[in-house]
Write a protein that binds this ligand. Structure first.
Ligand code: CO
Length: 248
């Protein structure tokens, strides 16, 4: 069931999302060769708690970190730890904040220092652009499939592929609500978007094939062909004035 949000509720998600954005920007500013993913995770956790908010990924279904930190061929759900970042690593940070009962969810991908290849740079740029192309379609009266198809068409046109196993999702009182928002699909299909819907749109893009497997840690999703991957995500609201980004 889809829960529509009032303007007041959307404002609450936006407050939560602002803290999340600041945390991601802070972490991005600390990325450098030699820093560990665990150190970056601690920076995010301390910042979020200093704002009186809760790092909501931590403990979610037992996930141990404040952020999912996924490096190179890791697509999503990487566990922060002792791994040291290297020049050219493609690193995705995905995190969620809970403030006053309301969730926000957002992700970014950055390259450490200089990109190893032009293709890595393109992968990150295309994934971010795909997110905004999806957001543009998040208009009342459109359907979920309009978002999915726009993202898929753009990414595939650029020679990359989209993950099938994980999708975007409704968000609000819970981190994951209805509807599911796939990053592949057909125009004109799926649920009709309504004013007051809040969703997380999150293209997960692979440079090669989209097939994934889960590492022995039970969390980290890795590309089978070990091609690199990128991930961008925003929490947005569908309003009478169009899509409104709540994690900015
Ligand atoms: Co999400």
């Amino acid at each position: 069931m889809v829960e529509l949000k009032t303007r007041e509720e959307i404002e609450k998600i936006k407050k939560s999302g602002k803290i999340l954005r600041q945390a991601l920007e802070l972490v991005k500013s600390k990325v450098k060769v030699g820093i560990t993913t665990g150190e970056l995770d601690k920076i995010a956790e301390e910042f979020i708690r200093s704002k009186g908010a809760i790092p909501a990924c931590k403990g979610y279904e037992g996930f141990p970190g404040t952020m999912c930190i996924s490096v190179n061929d890791e697509v999503v759900h990487g566990i922060p730890g002792k791994r040291k970042l290297k020049e050219g690593d493609v690193v995705s940070f995905d995190s969620c904040v809970l403030l006053d009962g309301w969730y926000s969810d957002s992700a970014i991908t950055v390259i450490v220092g200089r990109p190893k290849t032009e293709n890595d740079k393109k992968l990150v740029e295309v994934t971010e652009q795909a997110l905004y192309i999806g957001i543009e379609k998040a208009v009342a009266g459109n359907r979920i499939g309009d978002i999915s198809a726009a993202v898929q068409e753009f990414v595939e046109k650029n020679g990359f592929s989209l993950v099938r196993e994980y999708t975007g999702h409704g968000i609000g009182r819970h981190l994951h609500e209805d509807p599911s928002v796939p990053n592949y699909g057909k125009k004109g299909t799926g649920m009709i978007l309504k004013e007051g819907m809040c969703i997380a749109i999150e293209p997960m893009v692979c440079a090669g094939d989209y097939g994934l497997y889960t590492a022995e840690d039970g969390w980290t999703a890795i590309t089978v062909d070990h091609s690199n991957a990128a991930h961008f995500e925003h929490t947005i609201a569908i309003t009478k004035n169009g899509p409104e980004i709540l994690t900015k």
